[in-house]
Design a protein around this ligand. Structure first.
Ligand code: EPS
Length: 390
């Protein structure tokens, strides 16, 4: 599947076209809308989220809730559009450090930073989440799931001891009660964090930072369970699955680093400590007792849980303002301020799940077939049988 998004932050609508999405997939529109809603949540989000109630409108590619294989066109209307149609605004000339403002203005020969922001705004990620929801609906047929939680906001890190064992390669919140309880802990948390103690400290921190007119970043963990061995390939540099996923995740506004498995600890461990030794049992097949590789070796899934951490910088729009230069006068100025988020880290987890799901959909299509769910399922089951009988 390829997808393209279009639309401005305060334009009439965002749109997304998905091409080469398989035929025969049941599309639950309520599920897509729930994904859009999840992206809007999170303590520390700006007041724009109270204006919007993102819903998808599907224009093509689906008949009686089943995909036909034709391109799927979707719209997400911006409720805020009506407030901006006749809005008279002075051109913005004081770029925010950390945003697309300065480079975008110069690159496209523009004179008003507003013309950059309208597209560089993270509002665009709503369209990606809609595309990601389609990918998740496909993957669900194979018991492949993506999930995420917030690991850190500012300098507050969560304690992960209480749920370490729940997160494993067979994670399936539709089949396992414990997994569902864990998902509910995350989904019911205002910052998408499964540790209650850290949650209240983080909320206090967001309040304090907000009062100071500042913003916060953090870290998010993202996982994918239920994967077959051998998605991705070592045979060409750009076929490596970790490279593909890293590109998708770093493309999310504010993401500064993508770490797999042991992440930063990879630098200090010895080879004998880092590498996940291989075991075999008739029932389990090949398996590992550790997952420092994060589920990917040689650019391919190794059948373990995909485990990724992303680092997120603080939002560049600060009420405090930062030193900048007015592009017209070239005089020292303060960066412009307007309604924004204090912290968008919880939403970034939802967006990251979507991007990861899209990459996994693509890999599944590449290995098992492009066109039709039934055909892909047959090929998938045959391959699993081959792996099991080896
Ligand atoms: C966003 C919508 C935007 C911002 C935010 C993300 O809406 P508005 O600009 O009207 O407030 O709230 O974008 C940014 C913080 C950013 O730096 O781009 C959304 O829908 O996620």
């Amino acid at each position: 599947m390829i997808f393209l998004t279009a639309g401005e932050s305060h334009g009439e609508a965002l749109s997304v076209i998905l091409s080469e999405y398989p035929a025969g997939v049941n599309i639950d529109i309520e599920f897509i809308n729930r994904e859009l809603f999840r992206r809007q949540l999170g303590y520390g989000r700006g007041s724009r989220m109270q204006i919007e109630a993102d819903q998808v409108k599907i224009l093509s590619g689906i008949k009686d809730n089943i995909t036909t294989g034709a391109p799927i066109a979707c719209l997400i209307y911006n409720n805020d559009f009506k407030n901006w149609v006749d809005k008279k605004q002075e051109p913005i000339t004081n770029p925010r450090p950390g945003h697309a403002d300065l480079s975008g203005l110069l690159k496209y020969h523009l004179s008003n930073i507003r013309d950059v922001i309208e597209r560089s705004s993270a509002r665009e990620t709503a369209a990606r989440v809609a595309a990601g929801a389609f990918a998740k609906l496909f993957l669900k047929n194979f018991d492949i799931f993506t999930f995420s939680f917030v690991e850190q906001i500012g300098n507050i890190k969560i304690n992960q001891n209480s749920f370490k064992n729940i997160i494993n390669k067979n994670f399936n919140h539709f089949k396992n009660k414990k997994d569902l309880e864990f998902i509910n802990r995350i989904e019911n948390s205002p910052i998408r964090c499964p540790d209650k103690d850290a949650e209240s400290k983080i909320i206090d921190l967001i309040n304090q930072v907000s009062q100071k007119g500042d913003t916060l970043g953090g870290a998010v963990k993202i996982f994918a369970s239920g994967l077959p061995i051998g998605l991705g390939s070592y045979t060409q540099w750009d076929l490596r699955l970790d490279a593909i996923i890293a590109k998708s995740l770093i493309s999310i506004p504010s993401v500064k680093a993508v770490l797999f498995g042991a992440g930063e600890r990879s630098a200090e461990l010895l080879g004998s400590e880092f590498h996940d030794e291989i075991f075999y049992e008739r029932q389990k097949g090949f398996y590992r007792k550790t997952n420092n590789a994060g589920g990917i070796e040689g650019g391919m899934t190794n059948g373990e849980l995909i485990e990724i951490k992303i680092l997120v910088k603080p939002i560049p729009t600060t009420m405090k303002g930062l030193q900048t230069i007015d592009i017209k006068t070239k005089h020292k100025s303060k960066s412009f301020k307007e309604r924004s988020d204090i912290c968008a880290v919880p939403s970034i987890g939802v967006i990251a799940e979507a991007m990861l799901a899209i990459d996994l959909l693509n890999q599944m299509q590449k290995k098992f077939g492009m066109d039709n769910l039934e055909e892909i399922t047959k090929n998938f089951n045959n391959y699993k049988k081959y792996i099991n009988n080896i």
